[in-house]
Write a protein that binds this ligand. Sequence first.
Ligand code: SF4
Ligand code: SF4
Length: 330
Amino acid sequence: MNNPRFEKYVSCKWIESGVCFDNGVYGSNVKLCCYMSAPGGGNTMIFEDYKGGKIDWNEFFKIKRAYRDIQKSGNTVEGCRGCVFLEERLWCQDDYIDNILIDHFTKCNCFCTYCYTEEDKKRYNSLKTYNIYPIIKDMFDKNIIRRGGAIGFGGGEPTILPEFDKLIKLFLKNRFDDMRVPSSGIKFSPVIAKGISTGQLSVVVSVDSSSRETYKKIKQIDKYETVCKNLKKYSKAQTKYFNVISKYIIMPGVNDTKEEIDNWMRFNKENKIEVIVIDIENSALNKYRHEKPDERILDLIRYVKQRAFEMKFYRLEICDRAKYLADIKN
Ligand code: SF4
Ligand code: SF4
């Protein structure tokens, strides 16, 4: 028998049951998701110019239902046109949220040369934001949030948000088990360590180097040793899963030697950091769209794949764009 709570049509988890609290290049708002690479442009608003405060959830779901209805009619929400995340399947018709991106802040304690905030670091480090804790708490109190999806952070550096500890504790207490926190790794966070130990949270630190000098060139701050120390502490907190993730964004001409990468991989292996991620820096990627990609860089990506296999890492994630460039199928 058909379950009337489910209907089959083309949609995505963010249209159906997701929300992104944003404060970045496009201002402070509440929108469906953070993806802007769809041909339609993404950036579909629920509330524009939102600067915190009580949310009228009836109004919120009225707007979300209107987007859902467009999908149910066989059309596509304008910003979602051509998005790779659209899929046909059964979608639950309840009003609820299970995927949240917390991205309402831009302040960071690091200075990565490839970061979008580099365009005006002073502005992004002083952009005013709001306390998101009461909003999330209200969602719990009103039974709007369900487990089953993922809680992610953007930013900015999450661990320096004043409400970060309270927020993570709230999700941990409510048995959310899929939180992914990107962090510069400069500040050690006991609640992150707690989430790692219970298996409910993963931390992702983009080290991008294996030496103090290279780190300083990329991050414009002398904190390589601190980050390594904190990664080791997070790694020691692992009990059930490998949920400390070390990332390396290749910047051609800066950190693109086999030696630098070998040492990064060795550091991870020696410290039981078994999940590693490799990616290419955005401006290099854009350049390769117009020019023939540098074979040496593509070889480097293939080399990481080979070495990860030889060194028996639990998992190597090659970001889609790097995979595509290096013609790696899986
Ligand atoms: S842009 Fe893509 S990910 Fe975002 S809501 Fe639309 S279909 Fe979903
Ligand atoms: S750690 Fe993240 S937010 Fe901070 S400067 Fe680097 S890329 Fe930007």
